[in-house]
Design a protein around this ligand. Structure first.
Ligand code: IMP
Length: 429
């Protein structure tokens, strides 16, 4: 039983917590795309962990964590994260596996990210400035440097020297010294080397041995390079297709697909967000939900649940079930709205537009539901939720066409409801 857990909105849905919860029932957690632009927040044993590159499964003893070829790896960021975990009593040791085919984020990628944003001006994307886009650009342009290249000193030196010189010509006033870049990589390699492997082979053998694998997505489907709100997206395949290309596994290696959604909507960075609330309700969601970027600290834009968007991401991913997070953030609201359609050019549609400009012009059509007075925070049984909260969940299921299998009612590992009779019961068996 191998499952995918991915974001079905614009990222920050609470995947870290869901993966942490499920991973104790799996033997391997594998990341397939993105880089340290991700920020998966998990509260475990009273400590707050923010995982960027290493799968959230690392917090469960005995779980092996894989960084696939679809991920872009900043060696310094990876080692800093390992050090941070070990400092907090989490032993990484031989539980980490890093693909030799994963591409490296190098110092010039970070500079290029900043430069590109500055040049875009008004049209900037609002990236996390971690060098993610430029690293994927080099990968697609076939001039990237991969983790496995670190083992071949002469070839690596040639590539680094050539790439740094080329970037120095692009970045005005930059005089990056390739020798410094090289020295840093060599130092990192001595620590990274034991973790490097052929991930496709590793996972095939693990499956043959009956080990259970959880494939962990980063960001969200609406930030996917192909299916997201292009150009306001990240540069990787955050939807389910990324599992196969980013790890070297076939589609039949997937038995279930869980989409994580917040009980409302957030987005960080630029780009359309039809249900965005600029007034006091948006502010309340941001404060109560602590909606500030885990990586950059930027305030997240907040709005009502967008059922049009989630119905779309359910289709793109073939979602089997939803994990609904942060339901408790809605506690105490008099009324709650759900976006059921968009008014585009005078007509109402239930289909998510492919064109970003059309989405930006779309006016949300809402239906209103009563809120609930009794708190849901920390509840662990579905039947204990106030009737209005259950009705809200049922309506989201109807509108998105996907059953809600897991409800999260707080940030703690155990503030979670796994619904009886849902698919998730088999995943935690
Ligand atoms: P990049 O991935 O740094 O290139 O940023 C591209 C877009 O994706 C920006 O709008 C970022 O705010 C957004 N983004 C990247 N990573 C995350 C994430 O983990 N959560 C939410 N948004 C993200």
């Amino acid at each position: 039983m191998n499952i995918v857990v991915l974001g079905a909105q614009w990222g920050d849905e609470g995947k870290g917590k869901v993966v942490d919860l499920l991973s104790r029932h799996f033997s391997i957690v594998a990341r397939y795309q993105g880089g340290h632009n991700a920020g998966h927040t998990v509260y475990a044993g009273g400590t707050k962990f923010i995982l960027r590159l290493i799968p959230s499964g690392i917090l469960q003893p005995g779980v092996s964590c894989v960084i696939g070829n679809g991920v872009v790896v900043d060696p310094q960021a990876l080692l800093a994260e390992v050090d941070e975990l070990e400092k907090n009593g989490v032993t990484v040791g031989d539980r980490l596996v890093v693909s030799d085919k994963a591409h490296l984020i190098l110092p010039y990628h970070r500079e290029l990210d900043l430069l590109s944003e500055a040049r875009r001006g008004e049209r900037r994307i609002g990236t996390t400035s971690r060098g993610i886009g430029p690293a994927y650009e080099d990968k697609i342009a076939r001039r990237g440097v991969r983790v496995g290249d670190l083992a071949q000193r002469a070839l690596l030196e040639e590539a680094i020297r050539h790439n740094v010189d080329a970037r120095n010509r692009i970045i005005r006033d930059s005089a990056m010294d390739w020798r410094v870049v090289m020295a840093e990589l060599e130092a990192a390699w001595t620590r990274i080397r034991p973790w490097v492997a052929d991930v496709s082979l590793y996972l095939a053998r693990a499956r043959a041995a009956g080990r259970r694998i959880l494939y962990e997505g980063a960001q969200g489907t609406l930030l996917d390079i192909d299916h997201g709100t292009y150009p306001y997206v990240t540069s990787s395949s955050a939807s389910v297709g990324g599992v196969c290309t980013g790890l070297g596994v076939g589609p039949r290696a997937i038995d279930g697909i869980l989409g994580v959604v917040k009980a409302y909507t957030t987005r960080v960075g630029e780009g359309p967000l039809p249900t965005e609330l600029a007034g006091p309700v948006g502010e309340r969601l941001r404060e109560t939900g602590q909606e500030f970027g885990a990586v950059t600290g930027r305030p997240r834009r907040c709005g009502w649940f967008d059922a049009v968007a989630v119905r779309y991401t359910a289709r793109v991913n073939g979602l089997d079930a939803l994990a609904l997070t942060k339901l408790d953030v809605l506690d105490g609201l008099d009324a709650i709205e759900i976006c059921t359609g968009y008014r585009v050019g005078g007509a109402v549609t239930g289909d998510f537009p492919s064109d970003c400009a059309q989405l930006a012009a779309a006016e949300p059509v809402y239906e209103q539901w009563p809120g609930w007075a009794a708190p849901t925070r920390g509840l662990r049984r579905y039947g204990d939720l106030p009737a209005e909260a259950r009705r809200y969940v049922a309506r989201l299921e109807e509108l998105t066409g996907v059953p809600v299998a897991i409800v999260s009612t707080g940030s703690g590992r155990d503030d979670t409801i796994v619904r009886e009779g849902s698919l998730a019961e088999a995943w935690v068996a």
